[in-house]
Design a protein around this ligand. Sequence first.
Ligand SMILES: Cc1cc2nc3c(=O)[nH]c(=O)nc-3n(C[C@H](O)[C@H](O)[C@H](O)COP(=O)(O)OP(=O)(O)OC[C@H]3O[C@@H](n4cnc5c(N)ncnc54)[C@H](O)[C@@H]3O)c2cc1C
Length: 436
Amino acid sequence: MTIGILGGGVSGLSLAYFLDHEHGIKQYEILEKHNEAGGLCTTFDKNGFKYDLGGHIMFSSHKEILDFEVNLMGENLHKKRRSNKIWFKKRFVKYPFENGLHALDKEDIFECLRDYVVNSHPKPTNVKEWFYYTFGTSISEKYMLPYNEKIWKIKPEEMGMGWVERIPKPPMEDVIKSAVGIETEGYTHQLYFYYPIHGGFQSVTRTFESKLKPGAVLTSKDVQAVYKENNKWVIETKDSKHTYETLVSTLSIFKLIKVLKENIPNEVIEAVNNLRYNSLAVVLVGLNKVKHSDLTAVYVPEKESLAHRYCFSAGFSDNLSPPGCSSIFAEITANGKKGFEGKSDQEIIDNTTGWLIKEGFIEKNDICETDIKHIKYAYPVYDSGYNENTKIIYDYFDKIGICLLGRFAQFIYMNSDVCILHAKKLATSIQSKVNA
Ligand SMILES: Cc1cc2nc3c(=O)[nH]c(=O)nc-3n(C[C@H](O)[C@H](O)[C@H](O)COP(=O)(O)OP(=O)(O)OC[C@H]3O[C@@H](n4cnc5c(N)ncnc54)[C@H](O)[C@@H]3O)c2cc1C
């Protein structure tokens, strides 16, 4: 039994780990296009300033997966308490917004509370309606809609209800308490989180890799063709050819459809082309002093800042920056098909640093380093065609026998914990096929 795993992100690595350590299957191999594994969990280093591809923290509502990850990481992990804020009308509001209402000015508190309590919005059929239905007019219009339009680059009325299942709904009591100034916490599944002490978030994938058999990950293997021959899957890269009995792809579905040299029905190609996704630019701002160690992330609904979220390295680990320094990394999304509307990297960096200076987070003289990275496939977008398109895709790959695993292969907005959960389940299902 040979198993080929395309892509060495957390999905591919954790699948190999479970095959090997939980099922004793050793006949696997991972093909990774870059010169190291990591995928979206990669941590970059610019002159000693380490930064993840956007704020990455370890948390999970799946206790068994979180326990597993904590155990896997051993000593190289510490537990932190979230200190996220929203920057609203030049002041901090505790995150999530509905748990921080007391920080607003009195008129805003009154409007938010009134519209939350007296809310006759009808049952929702899309995300915009869901905000109105769940939070009332004022919370929706002051924060939820502007912030979500900014990150998703799509009108909330064009987003389907599949996405809102991810958003925890606050108990009514908590919203009222927050308005009158009694402390409450929302999104409690990530109030406390873990983060590697050393090496940034990529330590998670490095740890998985370190537990695999030597040579399990073949790097600089950019998959260029996938086809079936004599009932086996053949994979071609620029300089090699591999044959597997079982194939798992963690590549983005967009890439897989391009390299798959089979007779793919038009309906499937169309379904893939119809999927909507967002790209991401991550800007590093290295500072020559330690700043904002009391913050983890700041969410910004206003349009003047291109970034919707700023993460503060000192809130995650002291070891992400050279001694005496710290950094901020900003996340800026773009519609995947339109890109950054002609904005150059320098313009994006200038907007980030300019906004941070203007709003008083840093001074110009604090900045000693900047950098930018682009991620083409960052966020699957749950538009109204999402369920129909993904069903067509899943059915087809199920039929031809390629297992899809991971964020952009399955096209599910999932964090690394759920990637690991899916990998664990897939390893069990592969094992049962071996036994059959
Ligand atoms: C901004 C942002 C913030 C996030 N925050 C968190 C967080 O706080 N906590 C959390 O747990 N998760 C977070 N996530 C999600 C997490 O990063 C992903 O769920 C996870 O990394 C996806 O792993 P994957 O292996 O499925 O995909 P990927 O990491 O995308 O792996 C796919 C791999 O395939 C390789 N590949 C692509 N094309 C080819 C080819 N042709 N040939 C060979 N290899 C190829 C890629 O190089 C890559 O290594 C965040 C994601 C983003 C974008």
